[in-house]
Design a protein around this ligand. Structure first.
Ligand SMILES: [Fe+2]
Length: 505
């Protein structure tokens, strides 16, 4: 009987795996990733419609692609170029009829280039949020994003998850591939896995992992897609919020803590990326209590900044853990400095307002069990979360992005852009005074958790860091090549740009 049950179970598991990994119907790519040493290697990923072996040619001269790599039979192809020299340009060509071969932004000769990082130059990377292309409108905003990023001289693009609308559907991966090679064929694309990439029914990141090869540690089981990598003087950690929903598996958490401990000895900067928000003023709470685990760690290891997405908008928090007298644990370290945290969800997907998230979510309570360090007692803090107040939206400030050229192309329907800010006056904004009028904040916890500013806008974040100083700035796209677009400002003129010094760890 036991054997029969085992056989049935095996068949069910096999069939569910078959259902997860469907045949791919297109020949798409390429996407560059880092799956080994970021300074001496790069991985090229592409997909073929047929289950077959595929070939790639490469070399240092565009006219002489003398080296050939052949992949094993399959639909997902990965080639890692190794022993590369620093600050050197390499050229490559995939011997397939790629879907994007006629795209005006792809080289006519289908020969792509990649330049290895120069360790002596400052770290420079950009961060974008949810993409989720599924129709012509979202494809267009994805293309605008990718086109802008493709013009930047940057070390890599970090994408914060939800690259697909339905991660279990090959069509969704094709929509992702329609726009992403514009930038990711020449700039390494480092993505975290999002809930849409998993897709809710099947708790398995198989499609994400089989499409994009990253530096997954051996402890990451097939269902998990977390990893880390060193780039120049920085350590990048990419969490998987979904390998145990709601939350993260204990094995992932153990891996992260060990990885952080190691990084704190060797890296000048530490950045953490994830998809799901530890907190947000928008319409979702932290179902996994991620903040209770994450914030004490960032204080312990002096993490420099953390980034998440999922909400299709922009938010900035600046929070010195423990400084307000509360921690989650009795013995947690009070942070030495404020931690910058960003929600960066405007990477091409429909903005929050277009999903109706601004006005129609139900009010609910968020409860946090905190340790009151002054009174030395445990307190249950209850934060109320209310529907968005339409009166607080600022339609008169809308469309700032649409004034730049890319957004005004004929036929382009610019998403309406709204500002929101939870402060009555400039003085209140400057002093971060929390008004007692509850209409002013969408969530009571916002001030408590260091909320500074949010905006429902398409945007990207740029990070620059040498050995002494890090600068983080938030940009709207524009059509000008080479520059970084317009820096986002609050309605009171505060630039979304910060400088901070390297920490001693
Ligand atoms: Fe999401």
């Amino acid at each position: 009987m036991k054997q029969k049950i085992l056989a049935v179970l095996t068949a069910v598991i096999f069939m569910s795996c078959m259902a997860t990994i469907k045949k791919y119907g297109y020949t798409d790519g390429p996407i560059l990733t880092f799956s080994e040493d970021a300074h001496t290697s790069v991985t090229i990923n592409w997909l073929t419609s047929e289950n077959k072996s595929s070939q790639l040619q490469w070399g240092e001269e565009k006219s002489n692609l003398s080296k050939t790599e052949t992949t094993p039979a399959g639909t997902d192809h990965h080639v890692t170029l190794r022993n590369l020299q620093p600050n050197t340009t390499y050229y490559y060509k995939i011997n397939e009829e790629l879907f994007l071969q006629e795209e005006e932004l792809i080289p006519n000769d289908k020969i792509f280039s990649y330049t290895t990082p120069d360790k002596n130059s400052p770290l420079d990377f950009v961060i974008m949020g949810d993409m989720q292309a599924f129709n012509e409108e979202t494809l267009r905003t994805n293309r605008v994003t990718m086109k802008k990023l493709s013009k930047l001289d940057t070390d890599c693009i970090v994408q914060l998850g939800d690259i697909t609308e339905v991660g279990t559907d090959p069509e969704s991966w094709h929509w992702f591939m329609k726009s992403s090679p514009i930038a990711a064929s020449t700039i390494p694309f480092l993505s975290v896995v999002g809930n849409h990439d998993y897709y809710w029914e099947i708790p398995n990141a198989a499609n994400f992992k089989k499409t994009l090869k990253y530096n997954y540690p051996s402890t990451a089981k097939s269902k998990s897609a977390y990893y880390s990598i060193d780039i120049k003087n920085a350590h990048f950690i990419f969490l998987d919020n979904f390998d145990l929903w709601p939350g993260m598996t204990p094995s992932q958490k153990r891996w992260v803590e060990k990885d952080l401990e190691e990084a704190s000895k060797n890296s000048k900067w530490i950045f953490i990326f994830m998809h799901h928000p530890p907190f947000t003023t928008s319409n979702e709470g932290d179902k996994s209590n991620l903040h209770r685990w994450l914030l004490p760690l960032t204080a312990k290891y002096n993490v420099d900044a953390i980034f998440w997405a999922h909400m299709h908008l922009y938010e900035h928090y600046e929070y010195q853990y423990g400084k307000n007298g509360y921690t989650f644990g009795l013995n947690d370290k009070i942070a030495d400095y404020p931690l910058h945290m960003f929600c960066s969800g405007g990477g091409g997907a429909r903005l929050d307002s277009l999903y109706g998230g601004f006005t129609d979510h139900e009010p609910f309570d968020e409860k946090m069990l905190m340790w009151n360090r002054t009174e030395k007692k445990v307190e249950m803090k209850v934060f109320e979360k209310r529907p968005w107040n339409p009166l607080k939206l600022r339609p008169e400030l809308a469309d700032i992005v649409s004034t730049t050229q890319d957004w005004t192309k004929p036929g382009f329907e610019m998403s309406k852009v709204f500002y929101y800010y939870p402060f009555d006056t400039k003085d209140a904004y400057d002093n971060l005074e929390y008004s007692t009028n509850k209409e002013n904040l969408y969530t009571d916890s916002a001030k408590f958790l260091g909320f500074k500013y949010g905006e429902n806008a398409l945007h990207y974040i740029r990070v620059l860091a040498d050995d002494k100083e890090c600068t983080i700035s938030v940009h709207y796209y524009n059509g000008n090549e080479g520059d970084h677009g317009q820096i986002m400002e609050t309605p009171f003129g505060h630039q979304q740009k910060w400088n901070f010094q390297a920490k001693s760890r």
